[in-house]
Design a protein around this ligand. Structure first.
Ligand SMILES: NC(=O)c1ccc[n+]([C@@H]2O[C@H](COP(=O)([O-])OP(=O)(O)OC[C@H]3O[C@@H](n4cnc5c(N)ncnc54)[C@H](OP(=O)(O)O)[C@@H]3O)[C@@H](O)[C@H]2O)c1
Length: 269
């Protein structure tokens, strides 16, 4: 899929490294077709040593060697990068951005004719278990989406959403890992409270969350049905579920996603 493309990462940070590692591992592209620019020479040398990719000295040089540009800098640096590369962008270029809060319309205000795909990934991409939502800017065609999908599927799953839903994605899967960490921490504490050693409780809690998510993914059954299957009349699980409902867990999680979505909307204004 990506064998005939040349990818240029504007910024060689954590997320760039995760994507490069994922793509090379899943063999969707060869290292010689990936270029990275970053102001930190040491960082570039480390990336080159670890992955075998090419490095260039400037973002402008990157536009000359790559047809796909991947905006991998922090959001506050995006405008400066767009301004610098703008005179060097031609019809051969397309751009992927995963800078939080930066819309395709904002990028189009610099690069009006360039196909742009906006992506909202999450941190588990760093361990190839991420989920990323893609949305298309006005000039982006399905073939551009296919390239973005190939890149982000190398570090997890992808979905496609309308751009107005990107803030909702941020509230659910972008911020979601933190909610899961809190649940894991609380379950571990709960295990300690009922007498388990902390290490044992942590292994039990973490693998229970992982296993339940895997069951949902692999069986395709709705979580409610899987829950019913393990809830015997008068048993232990229904006693636990009663306590969860009594504590308002569902409403709390819905409130959390809504609050994070609202915050994402505010920040991207
Ligand atoms: N990490 C995640 O899970 C995640 C999730 C969703 C979205 N994102 C988005 O992904 C983007 C990158 O995040 P990250 O965590 O990978 O950040 P990061 O590790 O800080 O990487 C950004 C890299 O860009 C470099 N850089 C700074 N100015 C530059 C310039 N003018 N030209 C080229 N490179 C430049 C930085 O170098 P210096 O350090 O020397 O400044 C750094 O190496 C952000 O926009 C963030 O919103 C990340």
């Amino acid at each position: 899929m990506l064998k005939n493309q040349v990818l240029g990462f504007l910024g060689g940070g954590m997320m760039a490294e995760a994507l490069i590692t994922g793509m090379l591992k899943s063999e969707v592209i060869n290292a010689e077709n990936i270029f990275v620019s970053d102001p930190d020479k040491q960082r570039l040398a480390t990336l080159k040593n670890k992955t075998g990719i090419n490095t260039v000295k400037t973002n402008i040089e990157l536009t000359q060697v790559a047809n796909w540009l991947i905006m991998a800098v922090k959001p506050q640096v995006v405008s400066e990068v767009l301004l610098a590369i703008k005179p060097h962008i031609t019809t051969k270029h397309a751009l992927i951005s995963f800078a939080a809060g930066i819309s395709t319309a904002y990028i189009a205000s610099y690069l009006s004719k360039t196909p742009v795909i906006r992506v909202m990934p999450n941190t588990p991409c760093l361990v190839a278990a991420g989920v990323s939502a893609l949305s298309y800017g006005t000039n982006a065609q399905p073939e551009h989406g296919q390239v973005a999908e190939a890149i982000f599927q190398s570090v997890g799953q992808t979905v496609t959403v309308k751009e107005e839903l990107i803030d909702a994605v941020t509230g659910l899967s972008g911020s979601g890992p933190a909610y899961m960490y809190i649940i894991l921490e609380a379950l571990t504490d709960a295990g300690v409270q009922v007498g388990l050693p902390r290490k044992t409780a942590a292994i039990l809690a973490t693998n229970t969350m992982f296993g339940a998510a895997k069951m949902v993914l692999e069986t395709g059954e709705p979580p409610g049905q899987l829950k019913d299957m393990v809830t015997t009349p008068g048993g232990t699980t229904i006693a636990g579920i009663y306590a969860l409902e009594d504590g308002g867990l569902r409403v709390t999680l819905m409130d959390a996603v809504r609050a994070a979505t609202e915050q994402a909307k505010q920040l991207s204004k």
